[in-house]
Design a protein around this ligand. Structure first.
Ligand SMILES: [Zn+2]
Length: 104
């Protein structure tokens, strides 16, 4: 099980977007990178094509290193490091190191 999942809220702790928060759009486990909504925006210059004569600048999210973010705990709403805990049901849960509460 991964520490980070799509849909998680994260806080950026280093890099250009330090201090900002966003939702995880995609996780790239092998590359140890993630895509976060509104974070790490990169601009691409689009050349004019026959369909789109104007061309222009397209802005979209670029991946950032996993280590640049902390998960915001859904229980206490604080950015936190994550541990794991096995529930009585055998389910593996994520553990917030701030409030010690678990979430899936
Ligand atoms: Zn918490």
């Amino acid at each position: 099980m991964k520490k980070l999942r799509k849909g998680d809220k994260v806080k950026v702790i280093s890099g250009n977007d330090r201090g900002r928060e966003g939702e995880v759009l995609r996780v790239y486990p092998k590359a140890h990178r993630i895509l976060v909504k509104g974070i790490g925006m990169i601009t691409r210059h689009q050349r004019p094509t026959q369909r789109q004569r104007e061309g222009g600048i397209i802005e979209r999210e670029g991946t950032i290193p996993l280590s640049n973010v902390l998960v915001i705990c859904p229980e206490c709403d604080k950015p936190t490091r994550i541990g794991f805990q096995i529930a009585e049901t055998g389910e593996k849960l994520r553990l917030c190191k701030q409030c010690q509460r678990t979430f899936s």
